[in-house]
Ligand binder design. Structure first.
Ligand SMILES: [Zn+2]
Ligand SMILES: [Zn+2]
Length: 122
């Protein structure tokens, strides 16, 4: 059971958000990584719980437009692809922590050429 709360949300850059937890842990979250794991009904199938976004479908260049605190339990992000329906509860965010301690092997950056708009030429 996780009781840790964010004590500080640091907007390092539009592409990265650091979260300082009440137990002293710090997670540094890339925007594309959080966006790809958006827990909203559009991104996760409500019946199967299966994620609809394929890994790598979010561009590494995706940016955080805004982040706000929701009540005392979640963060709300607005992303540069205009998606903003996901509520990231503290417990969920903590479970996503991509630091080497929480995610052995670390994160793989998606290919920068895969963009939400797509750029196919006929
Ligand atoms: Zn979503
Ligand atoms: Zn961690």
């Amino acid at each position: 059971m996780l009781n840790s709360m964010p004590t500080k949300i640091k907007r390092v850059s539009p592409a990265r958000t650091d979260i300082y937890w009440s137990d002293g842990h710090v997670g540094s979250y890339p925007s594309w990584y959080l966006r790809e794991r958006c827990p909203c009904a559009e991104c996760v199938d409500e019946f199967t719980g299966k994620r609809k976004l394929a890994p790598g479908s979010i561009a590494a260049s995706l940016e955080r437009v805004d982040v706000t605190l929701v009540g005392n339990y979640a963060l709300h992000f607005t992303w540069s692809d205009n998606h903003s329906t996901g509520l990231y509860t503290f417990g969920y965010l903590r479970s996503l922590c991509p630091c080497p301690e929480c995610l052995p092997g670390g994160l793989k950056e998606p290919s920068p050429r895969v963009g939400p708009e797509g750029s196919f030429e006929a």
